[in-house]
Design a protein around this ligand. Structure first.
Ligand code: NIG
Ligand code: FE
Length: 422
């Protein structure tokens, strides 16, 4: 499959020499080419440049095998990388949404057996096939919103069999959908009802039974712990990450959503790929992150939906840190995987510039899920994962028009989709 896209009004986030991530002041810089072309071959980006420099003969573009698309008035951007989701789940939790409207907090709902435990009960009852079908629809839904790579966690099973069931669903999504997918084992999402009051024993089960079995089937790329007030302690997290490391699973953890929990520090101690949520971040946490290879990842949808304090993103960027933004798509705290809306929330609630939110949802999330060599920018040799917008004035219009669907065509691994929803 060969495709040439011509007359692109703006080809956004191009890189001659791909970077690992974008930090500090660089987050407000975005390399683009006006009046550009882009050529893809065998699922990869093969070349791009300015229209005036397009040499058709050199690229053998007129041999009848190349499909040509005229993108006049339209922008082309690399697909979003969504580095934090829980999109394998059964049922929905709109009843808790009403509880929240009536004033109950996330922690209060969790204490009453709602929240994660509510989803766990449903996951345990659901068949692998049912879970797959529902998750497949969600994956294709986010693809239609411009996402080309997604990390998906387990964590609603909370017993060995159900955690494995979730991870097998993710493995099938990796094999049967056109997106680039990474899987994360999150057995330590909550203490299941049958282990109430016996948290340490549940942590033992994760370490002695779940991690070895997940590893034996090679089901997880990463390991996660909800390290926060009322959930897993720093000591629990330390033990679990240590065990995961022995099986080659790098950490990506939930930290500092509900309090300055020590989660960031323990994540950095284990060289976590990312620490996520970060509503509670002080000078110590910033200093710790500055000295690390860990991507601070903020989940604006969850903070918006739960009405939580906003992470001090401007302070982190001013300190020189990179920041990534992901959706946290899940039935409890963020029932949306729309990364364009995440960009709007980044601009409105975190005072990020359009250039910053584009960097935060492409290059930086690619790093946060370990796919920076394959995705996250328009660069030769990366996957041809990108989207063509409808005719729009410029990049600012994307987060500004915050509910409009502005994506006209999606390309995943070089294949063109004008409609992805089933
Ligand atoms: O990332 N904070 C922990 N876990 C999820 C919420 C999961 C749920 O409520 O079902 C999150 O927001
Ligand atoms: Fe999460």
């Amino acid at each position: 499959m060969k495709t040439l896209i011509i007359n692109i009004k703006q080809l956004v986030q191009v890189e001659k020499a791909p970077r690992t991530w974008v930090a500090g002041d660089d987050m407000s810089r975005l390399e683009s080419i006006s009046n550009a072309w882009l050529y893809t071959e065998n699922g990869k980006i093969a070349a791009f440049g300015k229209m005036e420099d397009l040499d058709r003969a050199a690229l053998h573009l007129d041999d009848g095998t190349v499909e040509e698309i005229d993108a006049t008035g339209r922008l082309v951007l690399p697909s979003f990388c969504d580095s934090h989701t829980h999109l394998v789940y059964a049922g929905s939790r709109e009843i808790e949404y009403i509880d929240k409207i009536r004033g109950l907090s996330y922690e209060e709902i969790a204490r009453r057996g709602g929240g994660i435990l509510n989803s766990a009960e449903r996951i345990r009852r659901a068949s692998e096939e049912e879970l797959y079908d529902a998750a497949y629809d969600r994956v294709m839904e986010i693809a239609s919103y411009g996402t080309g790579a997604v990390e998906i966690k387990s964590g609603y099973g909370l017993d060995t069999e159900s955690e494995l069931k979730m991870l097998r669903v993710i493995r099938r999504l990796k094999e049967e959908t056109p997106l680039l997918i990474k899987s994360t084992f999150l057995g330590a999402h909550a203490v299941p009802a049958e282990y109430k009051g016996r948290q340490t024993e549940y942590v033992d089960l994760i370490i002695n039974e779940m991690i070895p079995m997940v590893s034996a089937e090679d089901l997880a790329d990463y390991i996660d712990v909800f390290c926060d007030q009322g959930f897993f302690t720093v000591e629990d997290t330390d033990r679990i990450l240590n065990a995961g490391m022995k099986y080659g699973m790098r950490a990506k953890i939930h930290a500092n959503e509900l309090a300055c929990s020590g989660g960031i520090q323990v994540g950095v101690k284990y060289n976590a790929l990312s620490v996520d949520h970060l509503e509670h971040v002080g000078d110590d946490e910033i200093a710790c992150l500055l000295d690390s290879e860990t991507m601070p990842t903020v989940l604006p949808g969850a903070a918006f939906f739960l009405n939580m304090p906003y992470s001090p993103v401007r302070k982190m960027i001013q300190a020189g840190l990179p920041v990534a933004l992901a959706s946290d798509y899940n039935p409890g705290s963020s029932p949306s995987g729309n990364m364009k809306f995440v960009m709007s929330l980044g601009c409105i609630n975190y005072k990020m510039l359009p250039e910053e939110v584009i960097n935060a949802t492409t290059i930086n999330t690619a790093y946060a899920m370990g796919v920076e060599e394959e995705a996250g920018s328009i660069a030769v040799g990366k996957l041809a994962n990108f989207y063509i917008t409808k005719p729009i004035p410029g990049i600012e219009y994307l987060p500004y028009a915050y509910t409009a669907n502005l994506i006209e065509t999606v390309f995943l691994k070089g294949e063109q989709y004008s409609s992805l929803k089933s």
